[in-house]
Each structure stands twice: as C-alpha cells, then as structure tokens.
Write a new protein. Structure first.
Length: 145
C-alpha cells in the first residue's frame, strides 16, 4: 500500500478513536508529509474542520510554488468545501482512498485541471461503511443531510 495513503488512514483511525468521523488526510511535497489531519468536527464542535481542512491548517503557510508541487491524500472523496480549498491553492494532484461511500465534486475538480486518482482501497471503504452503519446520525450531519 502507498505509504502516504497509509498515513491518511492512520489519521482517520485517530479521529475515530477520539470519537469523531474516520476521515484522514496528508499533504505531500517532495516525497515528504508536510501536513496531517483528520476530521475533528465532533471533537472540536466545528462545522468546517474536515480532514483536508485540518491537514492544510497543520501544514501552515506555504508558498504558491510549494502548493504547485503538492499532492493531497484523503481517505474519502473530498466534499465541495475541501475540493474548493484544493482548487484555491492550486494543488495539482489529489489521491482519494475511496469514493464508494461518498463522492465529492470529482468531475468539476478534474475539469479544473486537477489530476484526481481514486484508489477505492478496501480498508478505506470498510472503515467508512462500519462508521456509517454504527453512527448514521453523525455521518448524515457531516455530509449535511
């Protein structure tokens, strides 16, 4: 398995262990993880602290040149908000663990020039399926249902 996807899965499991939603993300530049994050909406009572947003926040201020070399990994297809942040900073590549349980605006992101790769990793799929089955109310809240 890709070591960066594995790091994102570790973040997702960390979020789950904290009582949150198991979605994780890492930002990679030059073969190094420069930011990590996991969904903390529940833990911090935040409407916007999705995994990708937490990851970008934890990466800190980066230059446009650094973002232009970045790859964002997420265990789940990024939502409209997180996809928008990726587009704003012109992150050219997004690697998605799975889009079986949720699909963000993937075609729009592709049309905007992002190289989007969907892995449909079994571990990512199972992690979300188990969570959705066990915590449907929290899941529906997270996706705005």
């Amino acid at each position: 398995m890709d070591r960066f996807l594995q790091a994102a899965i570790e973040e997702a499991r960390k979020g789950l262990a904290e009582g949150g939603i198991p979605i994780g993300s890492v930002l990679v530049i030059g073969g190094q993880i420069v930011g990590r994050g996991h969904n903390q909406r529940i833990q911090k009572g935040s409407p916007t602290l999705h995994a990708e947003m937490d990851c970008l926040e934890n990466a800190g201020r980066l230059s446009a040149a650094e973002y232009a070399e970045a790859t964002l990994y997420s265990t789940l297809s990024p939502c409209d908000m997180c996809s928008g942040a990726s587009l704003l900073y012109k992150i050219p590549r997004i690697i998605v663990g799975e889009n079986v349980n949720f699909q963000g605006p993937e075609e729009y992101v592709r049309r905007r020039g992002v190289e989007l790769t969907i892995l449909n990793d079994r571990e990512c799929i199972q992690l979300m399926q188990d969570f959705i089955r066990n915590q449907p109310t929290l899941w529906n809240e997270d996706i705005g249902v």
